[in-house]
Design a protein around this ligand. Sequence first.
Ligand code: UD1
Ligand code: UDP
Length: 381
Amino acid sequence: MSNLRVMSVFGTRPEAIKMAPLVQELSRREGIDSICCVTAQHREMLDSVLRVFSIQPDWDLDIMTPRQTLSTITSKCLTGMDEAIDQLRPDLILVHGDTSTTFAGALSAFYHKVPVGHVEAGLRTYDKYSPYPEEMNRRLVTALADLYFCPTENNRQNLRREGIEKEIFVTGNTVIDALKTTVRKDFTFTTELLNHLPYDSRKVILVTCHRRENYGEPMTQIMTALRRITEDFPEVELVYPVHLSPVVRETAEKYLGNHPRIHLIDPLDADEMHNLIDRCYMVMTDSGGLQEEAPALGKPVLVLRRETERPEAVAAGTVKLAGIEAENIYRMAAEILTTPGIYSAMARAVNPYGDGFACRRIADAILWYFGRGERPADFRG
Ligand code: UD1
Ligand code: UDP
């Protein structure tokens, strides 16, 4: 029997971080040839992840341009994938999450009649425009996929309600697998500032903010609140690794620049970021991935969005939705900063998103799908 050719397709930072441990797991598996095709929807931020996890892509579409539009990303991915699939001849294509790369990768697989496995399947807000365009991307990929790897039981229920019955696996989120390899108590940062932040004597708040639906007024509100929090609480030290999107960088510089306790820094490598989460006081973010990582490391999170497709950590009490209005964000952050009981109730390590064995389950499920192994047991959070 010849080896299964499993092609992982990804292109942005979060997909890369969450697919990296899976690519590593697939490479170790007997009976599987792991192939890696990157779209490079993100260039520098993708390359950083590939470096940290020592992954060398077999194919690189290299599509990124400054201020790219959703249409150009999708069309360039689709065109580029034609040749990649023709040359690499995969038996299965894996896509991750909800980016434009994810959608185009799944659509291209369908055009070539290659089955699709969707990693991180079943997340939903049921609001078409929030997150935008991610909510539609993941729903469209649900329609295109053949195998579904859901992080949680709740994600599986979402798919069931939409009429998907078969081939759903609850695996946990692969990001928890990644964290197991990156977080170390004796970690030394290459970004020198992070070795010297006053983690014990001050309250280091880690911030990220990049979502398209927050561009414009919401981002202005968010950043206004962040500045006020820093100004009103002298014990706060704010660290914000700023996304490379020019829109985000201009807004961050305008509202948060030139303050001695606000550190606007370049994007961090994944291992640096994970260790910074581990050492900070709390996280304020509109990121999806950070809502999973911070709870696992026992850090409170205020989500700078109107909704979340990750309700599990909200239910566990570690994450709170702060919305996108300055007044509310300020009030909720102030409450945590001034009420030790509220802080400690949130600062408990919870792991609704995984036990660190998601990649093993996904590889087992793939072998099962092709009739070459046992069906893996589901992750139970
Ligand atoms: C994309 C995803 C979003 C995900 C985010 C993670 C889509 C539509 N959006 O959004 O779901 O949360 O990635 O970060 O797929 N840039 C660089 N270098 C890089 C990366 C980005 O210069 O390494 C700049 C470019 O000017 C690029 C812009 O950032 O045009 C925006 O990148 P893009 O992938 O279009 O959107 P994101 O906001 O990053
Ligand atoms: N991340 C990183 N460096 C940074 C900011 C984020 O490595 O400077 C990581 C973060 O730990 C998480 C992932 O990138 O694993 C989240 O990516 P992002 O917030 O860009 O996208 P989202 O998760 O919102 O789609």
